[in-house]
Write a protein that binds this ligand. Sequence first.
Ligand SMILES: [Cu+2]
Length: 333
Amino acid sequence: MSNTLEGFSSSASTFNADMDFAFWMHIWVSVALFLSVVVPMFYFAWKYRADKVKNEEIGTLTHHTALEITWTVIPIIAVMFFFYYGNTTMKMFRTMPAESQSIVIDVEGSKWKWKYEYPANKAGHVHKIGGVYKKPTIDENGKVVEAGSMGISALYVPVNTNIILKMTAPVNDVIHSYYVPAFRMKEDVVPGRTTKQWFNASKVGEYDVECAEYCGTDHSYMYSKIVVMEKDAYEKWFEGAAEDTPKGNFAKDGKALYAQNGCASCHSIDSDATLVGPSLKGIGSKYDSQYLSDAVTNPDKDVPEGFYPGIMPAFKLSPEDLATLVKYMETGK
Ligand SMILES: [Cu+2]
């Protein structure tokens, strides 16, 4: 990801034309209304300023029926245009295509990462992809030494296909919003509820996803990507198994799990720095494995001094992943 976000300069979904039309129509009609109301207002305020009007003239002023009808009817027509295009565009967004003719993908937003879960493929394998954005390294002069990156974590979808996202957040999390500027698409992701949004990408490429609902410390790093692929390439990947994405391998070592689950956005592990949660450096010498695994699956059970419950989400991991992660905290490997 470069410093500029892939966004409104690209047009990459079937929504774009209608959405952009509705947007620019609102802008230009608003400009026209502004010019025809506010500009004359200033002109008349100047023209009829106090020393130009005699008090006795004011008493004889009357109205102009035709003019009043005109300036009532024209804005009403303009506002009806707003309503018509606003409504039809919103309907297009809100009307989900048939699930049988779409790919339905579960999306989970949590502090501060996005996770995707696909339906099972023919072999019964379920692709799960997720990861936390790796922040850029910036030196003391403010120069970017290493750009931030999403790594291989992304939502992989085929081109020209209806995709339905079923989105939610864990019940103890906060509201996020899944925002894809290049698709002109945005929908809230609400704890404990399922919201749906669909799209149909019209151009192969990589597009940025951002969280558009302020959600805490690392909100500005709550990125993801959508990778739109040719249909056969997608099919080939989807029917495959393993922890593989079209861009590479999801290593299952502790370090990778630590990164993918977003632990790094709240805990330092190489230093004593306190981020949102306590530093985990050397934690293996303070606690046993049971404490560490409870701390991940049931964080509010023991809350270290100086911290509050309800901040760290409870993680649901497979027993193997949990064991690997605990070992990583204990040994750094
Ligand atoms: Cu968020």
